[in-house]
Ligand binder design. Structure first.
Ligand code: HEM
Length: 412
């Protein structure tokens, strides 16, 4: 079927399901049943969002890669039919729009200014420092009382310490930037809350860029400040880029560490393999499989069609909003045999947990090294690790743009 309705709307409102959809009770690691049904029966179909708009939802792996690689699909959040996750997100992007929400050539110009810091070579050089941080955090957990919240004691400090060091942000400010970031990646945040949190982070990063202009320190914010000084970047572009890196750099990886640990603890055979093998190839494969299986950035890649696009027997019209749901895409049997089984040996490097196309995650080499070091060290050093509460007592981030757990009490 092709639609002839106006962009952003649908002629038959009653038939259009709401999105996002709830996960099934007792299945916190699987995408919502409604997404499995759409993937099987109607893989390119309209859904209804919080503001009544009806963008297309793309649920099959191959269609997702085709569209995310298509230059006629735009990530520009200023487009009138951009499918926002909620009113808070709309407000946030109105105030601060980094290159994640821009198209080339602007996107490429800004991304290029920070790519070198995230190259595999530069990130591998950080591995010993990351190992030291991991060991220090585990030493502190082992020396302290039990049970302990893995999120606060380990999952959140590790990527926060690493991104602070890379950017040149003082870790002493972690309570401040973690609290404001948390507000910005919640679907339920109100426009007022989003505006205030975004402004606090803008002011903070602007102050830091000012400091780096006066006293360059060899970190990534100093590199951005230098670009400002020579006129290649506006101060505001430097602030928006710094904010994107600070938020993306800690929240995502923190959620993967905690949720990945919980998923492994529910699969004792897999965690035992990981602990006992000592093979770095198995560790790397386990990281890819957990990224695929959990797909924590579960709110879908948000886009707008710039031209009419024919795909899968449908016509996506110029101006239509498009959401590419990489969580269910990573469970497509056409991309991954037996997709609902967690199998740390399968090494599914072609997953779309980091997205696909020009906006594919810039920080993925860093996330991979942090996760490899975290998973391979934590279960080896604390072999008796176990959750301190039942699964149904753990608060999952159903309202988060990034999925995970708010708390994970553990003991050993
Ligand atoms: C497990 C951890 C991570 C996951 C699952 C993840 C996931 C993603 C995804 C799905 C995208 C694509 C967004 C889109 O297409 O709209 C993305 C983009 C991005 N990520 Fe990550 N990310 C992770 C860690 C990181 C880290 C550590 C950084 C470091 C700063 C980072 C920085 C970025 C940036 C800057 C972009 C925008 C790229 C662009 O628009 O060109 N991410 N990430």
């Amino acid at each position: 079927m092709s639609t002839t309705s106006a962009p952003g709307t649908d002629a038959r409102p009653a038939e259009v399901p709401d999105y996002p959809m709830p996960r099934a009770a007792g299945c916190p690691f699987d995408p919502p049943p409604g997404l499995y049904a759409l993937q099987a029966q109607s893989p390119i179909s309209r859904v209804r969002l919080w503001d009544g708009s009806t963008p297309w939802l793309i649920t099959r792996y191959e269609d997702m890669r085709t569209l995310l690689g298509d230059p006629r699909i735009s990530a520009d959040s200023t487009h009138p039919h951009y499918p926002y996750q909620g009113p808070g997100q709309k407000e946030r992007r109105t105030q601060s729009r980094a290159f994640i929400a821009m198209d080339d050539p602007e996107h490429a110009r800004l991304r290029r200014m920070v790519t070198a810091a995230f190259s595999i070579k530069r990130v591998e050089a950080l591995r010993p420092a990351i190992q030291k941080i991991v060991d220090g955090l585990i030493d502190a957990m082992l020396a302290g009382p039990k049970p302990v919240d893995l999120v606060q004691a380990f999952a959140l400090p590790l990527p926060s310490l690493v991104i602070c060091r890379l950017l040149g942000v003082p870790y002493a400010d972690h309570d401040f930037f973690q609290a404001n970031s948390k507000m910005l990646i919640k679907r339920t945040t109100t426009p007022e809350e989003a505006r205030a949190a975004t402004q606090r982070l803008i002011d903070y990063l602007d102050r830091l860029i000012g400091d780096k202009l006066a006293h360059p320190a060899g970190d990534l914010l100093s590199t951005l400040a230098e670009r400002v000084r020579i006129g290649e970047l506006s101060r505001r572009e430097a602030v928006d880029t710094g904010m994107l890196l600070l938020i993306a750099g800690h929240e995502t990886t923190a959620n993967m560490i905690a949720l990945g640990t919980l998923a492994l603890l529910q699969h004792p055979d897999q965690i035992a393999q990981l602990r006992d093998s000592g093979d770095p190839r198995l560790v790397a494969s386990a990281v890819e499989e957990l990224l695929r299986y959990l797909t924590i950035v579960h709110s879908g890649r948000r886009r707008v069609a710039l031209e009419d696009i024919e795909i899968g027997g449908r016509t996506i019209r110029a101006g239509d909003g498009v959401i590419l749901t990489n969580d269910i895409g990573n469970r497509d049997p056409a991309g991954f045999p037996d997709p609902d089984r967690l199998d740390i040996g399968r090494n599914p490097r072609h997953h779309v947990a980091f997205g696909f196309g020009v906006h594919q995650c810039l920080g993925q080499p860093l996330a991979r090294v942090e996760l490899q070091v975290a998973y391979s060290t934590l279960y080896r050093r604390i072999p008796a690790l176990q959750p301190a509460v039942d699964l149904d007592e753990i608060p999952f981030k159903h309202d988060g743009l990034v999925y995970g757990v708010y708390e994970l009490p553990i003991t050993w």
